[in-house]
Write a protein that binds this ligand. Structure first.
Ligand code: ZN
Length: 250
């Protein structure tokens, strides 16, 4: 199995690991990852996925870089203010691995473009927008696309991976069955520490790699981390028989 000479050098320290022989590494490189939202969580998630050998990545963000993004959105610098996040993120990520295939979309995921997610091996939802989260959950669930949902407010991180296989229903809506348009506590109002967003991003990237490489197949957990105490809680989650997505199919 050939790996390009340049990539061989970039990833040489990773390729020493028993878990990443050329065949396994190639397996990782062949996956298609979609990240929705290149903000405080999306930046480190994308950065570390590319640094760990993910090669096919598409990123979605319709925002422009602002100064108040810089405390946590690690792909951007003061010189990027006013630029499109999607474009700058792609440039920085290509700086890590110039051979990565990165598609950047300066747009919001909506009902009209959900099919852009169709070929994803996994979708990572790093938005803090409840409407988008529900829309993406619904789409991934009905198309059997694995979905990792990651959020952080203040010092609290929340991450869950939904495998979305047809046999065992378990989705975001099962555990957060809000019918109303819930206003999430957003970082604009509650505040956010850069390291908390960074940790959420790193853990999201690790969880994604664990899933893709089948290092850890125990996914029916909601992981809650408090960054002050550095406590990790894995809460077992289960199908909700009253989930709207189940009821709507009956
Ligand atoms: Zn459900």
């Amino acid at each position: 199995m050939d790996i390009n000479k340049e990539e061989l050098e970039i990833f040489s320290r990773q390729l020493i690991l028993d878990e990443f022989n050329f065949k396994d590494f190639k397996k990782l490189q062949n996956k298609n990852i979609s990240i929705i939202g290149i903000g405080g969580i999306g930046c480190p998630t994308a950065q570390y996925l590319i640094s760990s050998g993910i090669k096919n990545l598409q990123i979605f963000d319709q925002d422009i870089i602002k100064k108040n993004n810089l405390n946590r959105q690690t792909l951007f610098s003061i010189n990027d203010i006013g630029e499109k996040k999607s474009i700058i993120a792609k440039k920085r990520l290509k700086g890590i691995n110039p051979l990565a295939n990165i598609k950047s979309y300066h747009k919001k995921i909506s009902e009209d473009n959900l099919d852009l997610l169709k070929k994803s091996s996994i979708v990572i939802d790093a938005t803090d927008n409840w409407k988008t989260m529900k829309l993406v959950n619904n789409y991934c669930q009905s198309n059997s696309i694995p979905l990792l949902s990651s959020s952080v407010v203040g010092f609290d991180i929340q991450i869950a991976l939904f495998v979305n296989n047809k046999k065992n229903h378990l989705c975001l809506e099962c555990i957060f069955p809000n019918n109303n348009d819930m206003e999430l506590a957003r970082c604009e109002t509650v505040g956010i520490l850069g390291t908390a967003a960074g940790l959420a991003g790193l853990l999201s990237a690790q969880k994604t790699i664990n899933f893709l490489m089948q290092f850890n197949q125990n996914n029916n957990f909601l992981t809650l981390i408090n960054c002050k105490s550095l406590s990790f809680n894995h809460i077992k989650i289960d199908k909700n028989p009253k989930c709207n997505l189940i009821l709507s199919k009956k």
